[in-house]
Design a protein around this ligand. Structure first.
Ligand code: NAD
Length: 341
């Protein structure tokens, strides 16, 4: 069956990759991207699909109720997939307010629009950060869908709040929802404030590579297209009302990741510069993806060795995409965080 899908946050990193993936995979479906184009949204990410007749870009705020209702009334979507969010932990520590507005209020507006106009599925793209963190000395522990929500940053608290709202709308109004909680993503089109693109961009420019604390925090990395495939599968085959964890059992310390990138680029480890740790920094994230594997047959297909090479190649081949970003407003933010280096 052909579907009309509203993808919010499609000018961002994962949403952008999802839009590309879906238009290629399902040429009969229609995709409408709703994005506010905040500092993290980049219309250039969608340039390759702008002329696709099954694609439409709409600039707007998910927290703007009258705008969202009008869009639903005009478009009558079958499915809504919510990627739109303020997504950077450091920014949530310095300015939590916008995280509450977009991540909580914005999700609430989308849920109300879904109730009012009727949809077949609302999917919430969430994060493993809603489970808090795990100790570094217990490699036997993993986040399952039953792990209690225990958040550390305003970002993760706002994402957990939106997950709870989504679950409440299912229970109270029988809204057909699903939620996915994924580990850290990497791949093309990621904004260069996040670890992997930041390290690639700085290393290419021979700039110091800021690494928090001792660099021993552990993240569970997944190639972005594997995340997109998992969301697609959940929307088509997942059970309504359920949460699915997504992760590829690929844990690495931040320092390991930085060293792998330096090796690939042939740059010196002398560029590494340890900086004061992030307040409340989560120690370890590790996802148990048993449920999505068992129930939906999902498996990651791109392993880190290959994925990081593909990612580095993409940043080398698409320098203008990220150079435009790091020369603009982002530079002011970067200097505030790490000084002028
Ligand atoms: P991103 O910051 O790259 O993109 C977010 C997009 O949302 C941007 O295009 C931005 O313009 C848009 N946006 C922000 N506020 C908006 C608003 N009020 N209305 C409409 N659009 C708005 O984020 P990302 O890394 O692509 O993450 C996408 C989603 O996936 C987020 O919900 C995030 O919590 C979740 N997630 C991310 C990761 C990761 O590793 N990046 C892992 C798990 C889950």
């Amino acid at each position: 069956m052909n579907m009309k899908i509203i993808v919010t946050g499609g000018a961002g990193f994962i949403g952008g990759n999802f839009v590309h993936y879906m238009l290629e995979e399902y040429p009969e479906d229609q995709i409408i991207c709703l994005d506010k184009l905040t500092y993290a949204g980049n219309i250039e990410t969608l340039e390759p699909v702008m002329n696709n007749e099954n694609f439409k870009f709409v600039k707007g705020d998910i927290a703007d109720r009258s705008f969202v209702y009008k869009l639903f009334e005009d478009e009558k979507p079958d499915v809504v997939i919510n990627f739109a969010a303020e997504s950077h932990v450091d920014r949530s520590i310095t300015d939590p307010d916008v995280f509450l507005k977009t991540n909580i209020m914005g999700t609430g507006v989308l849920l109300d629009a879904c109730r009012k106009y009727g949809i077949e599925r609302f999917h919430q793209v969430s994060t493993d950060e809603v489970y808090g963190d795990l100790p570094l000395d217990r490699p036997d522990l993993f986040f399952t869908e039953e792990t209690p929500l225990t958040t550390s940053s305003p970002y993760s608290a706002s994402k957990a709040s939106s997950d709870l709202l989504v679950q409440a709308y299912h229970r109270t109004y029988k809204l057909p929802v699903t939620i996915s909680r994924c580990s850290n993503n990497y791949g093309p089109y990621q904004f260069p404030e996040k670890l992997i693109p930041l390290i690639i961009a700085n290393a290419l420019n021979d700039k110091p590579l800021p690494v928090y604390g001792k660099g021993d925090n552990v993240r569970d990395w997944l190639y972005v297209i594997d995340h997109c495939k998992a969301i697609d599968l959940i929307v088509r085959k997942g059970t309504v009302g359920e949460v699915y964890n997504i992760g590829g059992h690929n844990e690495k310390t931040n320092l390991e990741v930085v060293k792998i990138i330096l090796k690939e680029l042939g740059k010196s480890e002398d560029l590494i510069q340890f900086v004061k740790d992030r307040p409340g920094h989560d120690r370890r994230y590790a996802i148990d993806p048993t449920k999505i594997r068992r129930e939906l047959g999902w498996e990651p297909t791109t392993f880190f060795d290959e994925g990081i090479k593909k990612t580095i190649k993409w940043y080398l081949d698409n320098k203008t995409w990220w150079e435009n970003i790091i020369s603009g407003e982002y530079q002011t933010y970067y200097e505030k965080m790490y000084g002028n280096r």
